[in-house]
Design a protein around this ligand. Structure first.
Ligand SMILES: Nc1ncnc2c1ncn2[C@@H]1O[C@H](COP(=O)(O)OP(=O)(O)OP(=O)(O)O)[C@@H](O)[C@H]1O
Ligand SMILES: [Mg+2]
Length: 386
């Protein structure tokens, strides 16, 4: 496993360009474009499609993979995908599909690919379904004893409030409310932090109606926002493979926003004020805290069964010695030219193309190690253990 060393990362990218076999692979980049999303009903919130991609980003992914010597096509990850892949067989799909709808929307394209026996980059069906669901992820983290804020999942606004959360409110603490299965700050606005049960229930009722999914209520963790990304894999025995690379930890710099801006990384900060965004990378942290963030990043990746790439978001609890509290793992993190993970990679001298290539190569290496990537891999049974 490596941590941030620019010289080491650049040379490892160059030396493993085509994944060992020497031949160029036939690759399909799979995407979900905002412009192809099924039209939302008129009352849908304006942030609902924020995770979807643009053609410019797709062209970036294609160019980066082509530069490694592979032939690349690009397809929308929709119901026509099986037909497209039958007409244009490929050896490997580079998956960036966030999915348009459904409670496991990120897992849908991988499920189709599993059915067709086509290998693909990044996490597999189960990990994508679990990690899209923040409450389910937190249950997994609990099982492994990994630190995450106390929580309750709401399916109706009048559910009894969990006694632990009720006790927090009674003690003067605040709670945080967000949709259970979104990213990019979708549904996280300045009123996400609440101090009393009545306003909490009103907010839960609004989110249940607006996003048509369960709502997550958590204890509010006061502290700095940090994120830690990685590319590469664990071995089948759970130990880090030599290609596992952790990027420097990044911290949201709130000092750039006007006084009165919400002290959390909301949709407004992520999207509307994206041009003002500044991060501190590497984050100026005591080494023991940074080491714990890195350890918990790998542990979360392991616990959730992720593959090839991920980014784990934390808050450092000021009321508990900067204990890193895991908010979520992004198993299909944004890798556009301005995504958080890209900024982390750039902070140690990588280019955006190198990041895309590293994700691709992590998958190639993993699949080859497990005997799941051959030029005729589409004729093999589904990749059961890759
Ligand atoms: N329990 C909490 N306590 C304090 N702040 C929180 C809590 N949960 C979320 N936040 C704030 O909201 C931000 C976004 O939360 P989270 O990472 O869960 O949302 P997201 O929309 O899935 O993010 P991403 O863009 O990474 O997909 C966090 O970075 C943090 O600032
Ligand atoms: Mg997040």
């Amino acid at each position: 496993m490596s941590t941030s060393d620019p010289s080491e990362s650049s040379s490892s990218l160059a030396s493993s360009a085509v994944g060992g076999g020497g031949e160029g692979l036939r690759v399909a980049v799979l995407y979900n474009l905002k412009e192809n999303a099924p039209s939302l009903n008129g009352s849908a919130p304006k942030d609902a499609l924020a995770e979807l991609d643009s053609m410019t980003n797709v062209e970036d992914y294609c160019a980066a993979i082509r530069a490694l010597g592979h032939s690349v096509v690009a397809f929308e990850g929709n119901a026509e995908l099986p037909q497209r892949l039958a007409e244009h067989p490929v050896d490997l799909c580079f998956n960036t599909c966030e999915g348009f709808r459904g409670d496991s929307r990120e897992a849908q394209v991988p499920a189709l690919l599993e059915m067709m026996g086509v290998p693909y980059t990044a996490s597999r069906v189960m990990a994508l379904a679990i990690t899209l669901d923040k409450a389910m992820t937190k249950r997994v983290l609990h099982y492994y004893g990994l630190p995450t804020p106390a929580f309750q999942e709401f399916f109706a606004a009048d559910q009894p409030l969990d006694p632990r959360l009720r006790a927090r409110l009674a003690a003067g603490a605040t709670l945080f409310v967000k949709p259970n299965r979104e990213g990019t700050g979708i549904g996280i606005h300045s009123d996400a932090r609440l101090r009393d049960e009545a306003s909490l229930r009103a907010k839960v009722a609004y989110l249940l109606g607006a996003y048509n999914e369960s709502v997550l209520v958590e204890e509010y963790i006061e502290g700095r926002d940090v994120t830690c990304g990685l590319v590469g894999n664990l071995r089948l025995d759970g130990t880090p493979d030599e290609d596992l690379h952790l990027f420097p930890i990044s911290e949201v710099d709130y000092s750039v926003y006007p006084a009165g801006t919400e002290p959390f990384y909301s949709y407004k900060l992520k999207v509307d004020l994206a041009d003002s965004y500044r991060n501190l990378c590497p984050a100026p942290l005591p080494e023991a805290v940074a080491a714990e963030v890195r350890r918990l990043t790998v542990e979360t990746f392991r616990a959730c069964g992720c593959r090839d790439v991920a980014r784990v978001d934390f808050r450092l609890d000021v009321n508990n010695n900067l204990q890193p509290m895991i908010l979520e793992i992004n198993a299909l993190p944004g890798i556009t030219s301005i995504s958080d993970l890209t900024l982390c990679a750039e902070a140690e001298g990588w280019t955006h193309a190198q990041l895309v290539q590293a994700v691709f190569q992590a998958a190639v290496r993993r699949l080859r190690q497990r005997g799941r990537l051959t030029v005729r891999s589409r004729l093999l049974p589904a990749a059961q253990s890759a």
